[in-house]
Ligand binder design. Structure first.
Ligand SMILES: Cc1ncc(COP(=O)(O)O)c(C=O)c1O
Length: 388
């Protein structure tokens, strides 16, 4: 074929070598990947059934179990983003008509409702205002009223910045013979999270938040009670790609081909998880808290409030109340254009009311707090804000 037929005067394709600005990603995610993770991402490829890759898969599983503090054998990365791992938990454990109770106190609770409904669940809702969390009595009352097969809660609500306490919720679920599902997308690797101790039966996460790996690979785990529900299904999992009975053969001892794992994303995730293990979970959680506290103190000095009560505030994601009379989007636009700093606008109920600031993984460092606060002060001064 003559290339001039494809690229001629009328269809000239003019591209330049890819270049992007050096953004500091302090929004709700993705965060900037750690340099060691980016280096691993660019490593030469091997085949996905190569003995060396199989060894690497084993390492990822062990490192993930550490990061999540679980012994679940079915702990793997899904070859897709967090939403696919989210869908995977539901697709594998819901059978048509199962009652699924979802705690909705932000955007991602609604996504769980949408997904669970698509798998034929009889979805019930427990709701709270955005930014608040459920206490044990409220959860008990919900379980008592609805008697669900699954209780789904978002541990770290990226839309609100609230951290849902999960201690004792697993015990409660066992009392009601119900599985506990936790969304840990914005907590894994940044916020205390003890899956087995808390009795979480299934969880998913993302690579692009506190793990500081690019998006595209998503941690997933099913505990023994959830695996039991999967193995007792009367109908096949209605999603071929996410059917863990099949995927587990790929990640289990057989290593039977299921799909072609994204080799380089697995290199990247392995390095991200190695960084978690090198630092140690407790030190990492303390670093995230320390950095967030510096940020919260700086905001307070500027007379700016946080949306979530201090006790339930996520160290990884802060919803910052936009001061009266300030155009929030104008501020985020200027931070990006003039300072190369990305922060997020509010979602849903918090649209126009809050900014979302992520201090996650590699980005959770005091110098980033100083940079952001300095830039924010300058932009807000231009917008006419003065601390009262
Ligand atoms: C709490 C929460 N759950 C689920 C998701 C979905 O993950 P992804 O965008 O990687 O598909 C996100 C993404 O931001 C999230 O913050």
């Amino acid at each position: 074929m003559n290339a001039s037929l494809l690229i001629n005067e009328n269809h000239r394709i003019q591209t330049q070598q890819l270049d992007v600005p050096p953004r500091l990603l302090l929004g709700p995610g993705p965060s900037n990947a750690h340099p060691r993770v980016l280096q691993a991402l660019g490593m030469r490829q091997i085949g996905h059934l190569d003995p060396q890759f199989i060894e690497l898969m084993n390492e990822i599983q062990s490192l993930l179990k550490y990061a999540w503090q679980t012994d679940n054998p079915l702990t793997i990365p899904v070859s897709a983003t967090g939403s696919a791992a989210m869908e995977g938990t539901l697709a594998n454990t819901i059978e048509a008509g199962d009652v699924v109770l979802v705690g909705i106190n932000g955007y991602f609770g609604h996504r769980l409702v949408d997904m669970a409904g698509r798998y034929g669940a009889d979805v019930r809702k427990l709701t709270k205002p955005w930014g608040e969390v459920f206490n044990l009595d409220e959860l008990r009352a919900g379980l008592e009223e609805h008697r669900p097969a699954i209780l789904a809660l978002v541990h770290a609500e990226t839309s609100t910045g609230a951290c849902q306490p999960l201690e004792d919720v697993g015990d409660l679920c066992r009392e009601y013979d119900c599985l506990l599902l936790a969304d840990t997308v914005t907590s894994l690797g940044g916020v205390p999270l003890l899956l087995d101790e808390w009795g979480v039966d299934m969880a998913y996460s993302g690579s692009q938040k506190c793990l500081s790996c690019p998006p595209g690979i998503a941690p997933f785990t099913l505990g023994p009670r959830a695996v039991n529900k999967l193995s007792q299904r009367k109908t096949p999992v209605p999603n071929w790609y996410l059917d863990m009975a099949l995927v587990a053969q790929y990640w289990g001892t057989e290593r039977t081909y299921h799909h072609t794992a994204p080799i380089n994303m697995n290199y990247a995730l392995r390095e991200a998880l190695r960084l978690v293990a090198d630092e140690g979970l407790e030190a990492r959680w303390a670093r995230h808290r320390h950095t967030a506290e510096l940020f919260w103190e700086g905001l307070a000095e500027m007379g700016i409030k946080c949306h979530v009560e201090a006790q339930y505030r996520l160290p990884s994601l802060t919803t910052v109340c936009i001061p009266e009379g300030i155009d929030g989007k104008a501020v985020t636009r200027q931070l990006l254009a003039n300072y190369n700093i990305e922060i997020g606008n509010g979602l849903g109920e918090l649209a126009g009311k809050a900014w979302r600031v992520g201090l996650m993984g590699f980005n959770s460092r005091p110098e980033n707090v100083t940079l952001l606060l300095t830039a924010l002060k300058e932009v807000l001064a231009k917008e006419g804000y003065s601390a009262s």
